[in-house]
Design a protein around this ligand. Structure first.
Ligand code: SAH
Ligand code: SF4
Length: 362
């Protein structure tokens, strides 16, 4: 086995300068050893429990035009939708009745007042109708600080906003000129100052992204004292400008999956006590992708609880799995999948990030 891995498996802490070399370990034997070390760290820090966050992909209407995303504003081939208030509340109640500790409300980015009010109302009603029991994460892009504040006051307590890459030059290549890296950073600062549990993440395997970039991403998570990590492989969507940069994606898929799993493992070894999601994009590359993520150190899964009639219109990337599986099927299938790798599910628990609890003394 690689000597660096040997010392880490024997208990030496992972240092900043180890991140790049660990991410580069693509030999199958080394990768397995890396995943094993990360899994041991997960057991020690957060235990063998997996928490479910039922994700409601409530709208694909988006003001932004990110070059990689299938629901970007200029993709005219997408049928735009927004779930009704009743549909969203119905999904939230289903999650509560199914003893999911929390939900994630995700959608395209809209900064108008009407939208802010719509979400605020949903948050208050969900909190009221679930006796404050259902945790709520928001993933609704960049917003003015006062919107973040209103949503927090109404009951949102976690927020996921991926930085996409910590490298500002790469960020600039992936977005139109009016999409600002600095504005994203400001949002992360605002969310933390308001009191949210803050989640961020990156896409892994982007065109022109280097292992050094990914190592810097992990350091970025540490410097910013991030509580939750949601990151996954970059997957081409053919109706986007970035697709032309990776015409050979099909041949690269296996490598993308492996790299994403190593990113999870190295992040677990370096950050230790954060929540890390095993994202659906992993499963788009391999039917067992999410189980692999759990075995590489992730501890969160986000089952899709969006009504199946909307799912094909919410494709950020291609080959999204479970397009035709309703929420109940998804629950059973995931429970089986999680238990098949020897883990248990924290039903009815919020499963807050231990890092957040330590950071805030809560
Ligand atoms: N509009 C919100 C939330 C929805 S997008 C936002 O942007 O924050 C959620 C995430 O999907 C993005 O942060 C991005 O990392 C991911 N995503 C978009 N297109 C993708 C692609 N082609 N491959 C993999 N992930 C993608
Ligand atoms: Fe909109 Fe988010 Fe997609 Fe960017 S990544 S186009 S903000 S949905």
């Amino acid at each position: 086995m690689n000597t660096l891995l040997q010392s880490i498996a024997a208990g030496r802490a992972v240092a900043r300068e180890d991140l790049g070399p660990l991410l580069a370990l693509f030999e199958p034997g080394d990768q397995e050893a890396l995943f094993k070390a990360a899994y041991a760290m997960k057991l020690k820090q957060v235990g063998p429990k997996v928490y479910f966050r039922g994700i409601i992909e409530y709208s694909n209407i988006c003001e932004k035009n990110c070059y990689y995303c299938g629901i970007r504003r200029d993709n005219r081939k997408v049928r735009r939708f927004q779930m009704t208030r009743e549909e969203i509340l119905g999904a939230a109640k289903w999650a509560h009745a199914s003893r999911y500790g929390s939900i994630v409300l995700q959608g395209g980015e809209r900064q108008d007042k009407k939208h802010a009010e719509f979400i605020e109302d949903i948050l208050r009603v969900v909190k009221r109708e679930t006796n404050g029991e259902l945790g709520i994460t928001l993933s609704l892009g960049e917003q003015p600080r006062d919107t973040f504040e209103r949503w927090f006051a109404a009951g949102g307590h976690r927020y996921l906003l991926r930085i996409e890459t910590s490298n500002p030059r790469l960020y600039a290549k992936l977005h139109p000129a009016d999409h600002s890296h600095a504005a994203r950073l400001q949002c992360l600062d605002d969310l933390k100052a308001i009191g949210y549990q803050v989640g961020t993440g990156v896409m892994i395997g982007l065109p022109d992204q280097t292992l050094d970039d990914l190592a810097s991403d992990i350091e970025f998570f540490r410097e910013r004292d991030i509580d939750m990590i949601g990151m996954g492989p970059y997957i081409v969507h053919s109706e986007t400008p970035l697709a032309a940069e990776m015409p050979d994606f099909a041949e690269k898929a296996r490598g993308q999956l492996d790299l994403a799993l190593r990113m999870i493992a190295v992040t677990r070894l370096y950050l230790r006590d954060v929540n890390i999601a095993s994202t659906t994009a992993l499963q788009a590359l391999d039917a067992q992708g999410r189980e692999m993520g759990l075995q590489a150190g992730a501890n969160i899964i986000m089952p899709n609880i969006t009504d199946t009639k909307y799912r094909d219109a919410y494709q950020l990337y291609e080959n999204k799995p479970c397009l035709d599986e309703n929420a109940a099927l998804c629950r059973n299938c995931l429970q089986r999948r999680v238990e098949s790798v020897g883990e248990t599910i924290g039903f009815g628990e919020w499963g807050d990030s231990p890092h957040f609890q330590k950071r805030t003394g809560s």
